[in-house]
Design a protein around this ligand. Structure first.
Ligand SMILES: [Zn+2]
Length: 91
């Protein structure tokens, strides 16, 4: 039995906890949609922005935004045909 723990690099500090809700915009250029989500949305959590963008073929996450208004403003600025809040998390 060996227990060897070498002098590895110090663990990187995590991002500071954010006191407020964050918002994300899923920008789907192929479908022409921009959908705003809250950070704790099931869709977001299961999905994808936490795991990188490898499995996103049709779009990308943009964010986080500190405010709902900012997220919607970005969504509109993208100029997609459809721009709305997520039905699940209702941002
Ligand atoms: Zn959502």
């Amino acid at each position: 039995m060996t227990t060897f723990e070498g002098p590895g690099p110090a663990p990187a500090p995590c991002e500071p906890a954010d006191p407020g809700m964050k918002y994300w915009v899923f920008d789907s250029w192929s479908l022409g949609k921009a959908i705003v989500h809250k950070d704790d949305c099931d869709f977001c959590a299961n999905g994808t922005h936490r795991q990188g963008s490898r499995n996103l073929r049709n779009g990308t996450w943009r964010g986080p935004f500190a405010g709902r208004a900012e997220a919607f403003a970005l969504g509109r600025a993208l100029g997609r045909k459809t721009m709305r809040g997520c039905m699940t998390c209702a941002p």
